[in-house]
Design a protein around this ligand. Structure first.
Ligand SMILES: *Cc1c(COP(=O)(O)O)cnc(C)c1O
Length: 279
């Protein structure tokens, strides 16, 4: 490990998502010496503690649901956070990060290690697709495909930059809020079929939803995504294990895991609260 880990290393080995995608690399999560010997990189909010507690809570939620925690990917959502903090979480053993603005991921990705697996989780415009794929060769997944046109653009851009097929999720608007992107649940099968059969440079991997921040309605939103999976798997003739569910954020990731999420997107619980510049 890198210098700066003066604390002992716990004998808990969390698998990162790369194990799940076939790479057997397992990194150790170093724990901090609580006396503060970990140095200035962790001043203020400690991302390393944030990561560690999220990984532990993921494991506990998986155990409650009798699920294998190694089959649940944690996307560390780093939007608005500086490269130095992302580096800190990477150095603590995490490989999977998520961003939701094209401009931001294009600036950050080249400053960070190439073995990071970036997930794009934001609304994507057609005119940004080419630069996203060209600038981020280690883009692992786009979680937010919500119409055929964007799927077609992605399909074309994969061949024009000459990269391997791109994993995508279809985003579903399960809460019906007009502020949220995503197809209506009733349209998810059609879009999944288009991606799966009409865009051979894309690899359809499942479904994503945000759901309402109002927790009382979140179970319904998560259940709706799960219902979409049943319909999509039937239409594509695939097993449920071949269709991921990306659901759960800082406020509801444990519930999402208990309801079958395979991919949680956690930002502020790892990185600390976001501060947006005042307008
Ligand atoms: C910002 C964001 C997250 C993470 O939100 P937190 O509440 O900070 O965990 C997850 N998913 C999407 C799509 C986001 O934009």
């Amino acid at each position: 490990m890198h210098a700066g880990y003066l604390g002992h290393t716990e004998e808990i080995h969390f698998t990162t998502n790369s194990k799940w995608s076939g790479d057997s690399r397992i990194k150790k999560i170093a724990t901090h010496d609580k006396t503060g010997a970990n140095g200035s990189a962790c001043d203020g909010w400690s991302c390393c503690d944030g990561l560690r507690s999220v990984m532990l809570r993921v494991r506990q939620a998986a155990e409650r649901a009798s699920r294998d925690p190694n089959r649940i990917r944690v996307v560390a959502v780093s939007k608005t956070k500086p490269v130095s903090l992302i580096r800190q979480v990477y150095d603590a053993g995490h490989l999977c990060f998520g961003e939701n603005y094209v401009q931001e991921i294009i600036e950050k990705a080249p400053q960070l290690p190439e073995d990071i697996e970036w997930h794009f989780i934001g609304h994507l415009q057609s005119n940004k697709v080419k630069s996203l794929l060209a600038s981020v060769p280690n883009l692992a997944m786009i979680e937010s495909v919500d119409n055929e046109k964007i799927a077609n653009h992605l399909h074309q851009a994969v061949s024009s930059v000459g990269r391997k097929p791109l994993k995508v999720l279809v985003q579903v608007n399960t809460s019906g809020e007009s502020s949220k992107s995503g197809v209506n649940p009733s349209d998810c099968v059609e879009l999944a079929k288009h991606v799966n059969f009409g865009c051979p440079n894309l690899k359809f991997c499942g479904l994503m939803t945000i759901g309402m921040p109002d927790f009382s309605s979140t179970p319904e939103n998560f259940q709706a995504l799960s219902n979409c999976r049943v319909a999509v798997c039937e239409a594509l003739g695939i097993a449920e294990e071949q269709c991921e569910l990306s659901m759960g954020m800082s406020g509801d990731f444990e519930l999402a895991i208990e309801m079958g999420s395979t991919n949680v997107r956690v930002g502020s619980t790892i990185f600390g609260p976001r501060q947006y510049p005042k307008k």
